[in-house]
Design a protein around this ligand. Structure first.
Ligand code: FES
Ligand code: FES
Length: 183
């Protein structure tokens, strides 16, 4: 939604830019300081505080969101570079009335403890399952051209960019495999 103004262009003497973002299916026309990360834009400008700031250095994964369906660490991306792009945060994973199967599996398998990392884990898992569905190989693949079998090793490798200080890892693996099996 661009409201008739030119997005992706500098505003305010060059310190800020206009950017049109679709977040969880809703269009937003924002004027942002050029230094604003995608994480800060969704949390501070849009009030979507599900995405968490853990390290702010791309190391923990708690800020993971989906950008045009691919998982990214939103603390590493400047929002003004994303004009016209589609972002999905954890708030956008569920339907209006119920949790997504992946979210339900996290609940059913007790895959979170304090829950701080959980929004990033969920977004990363969503993106990872789509990568598996496309048979994209990972670092633990023996055969780069073979269909992917979602073993525990595959889940752990593909989720290795998401840290959990509570070490809920075993249940996260179980939940992701359960969600994959129910697709
Ligand atoms: S806050 Fe982005 S990776 Fe840690
Ligand atoms: S559930 Fe607490 S940091 Fe992961």
């Amino acid at each position: 939604m661009r409201s008739g103004r030119e997005s992706g262009k500098p505003a305010d003497g060059g310190w800020s830019s206009r950017v049109a973002l679709t977040v969880n299916g809703v269009g937003h026309d924002l004027t942002l300081d050029n230094r604003t990360t995608l994480l800060d834009a969704v949390r501070e400008q849009l009030g979507l505080t599900g995405s968490k700031k853990g390290c702010d250095h791309g190391q923990c994964g708690s800020c993971t969101v989906l950008l045009d369906g691919r998982r990214v660490k939103s603390c590493l991306i400047l929002a003004v570079t994303l004009d016209g792009r589609k972002v999905t945060t954890v708030e956008g994973l569920a339907g209006p009335d119920e949790l997504s199967p992946l979210q339900a599996a996290f609940v059913a398998h007790d895959a979170f403890q304090c829950g701080y990392c959980t929004p990033g884990q969920l977004c990363s898992a969503r993106g990872m399952l789509d990568e598996v569905a496309r048979d994209w190989p990972s670092a633990v693949a023996d055969d780069l051209t073979a269909p992917v079998e979602l073993t525990d090793a595959e889940v752990r490798e593909r989720m290795s960019g998401n840290l959990c200080r509570c070490a809920a890892y075993p249940n996260i693996v179980t939940a992701i495999r359960a969600a994959a099996a129910s697709r």
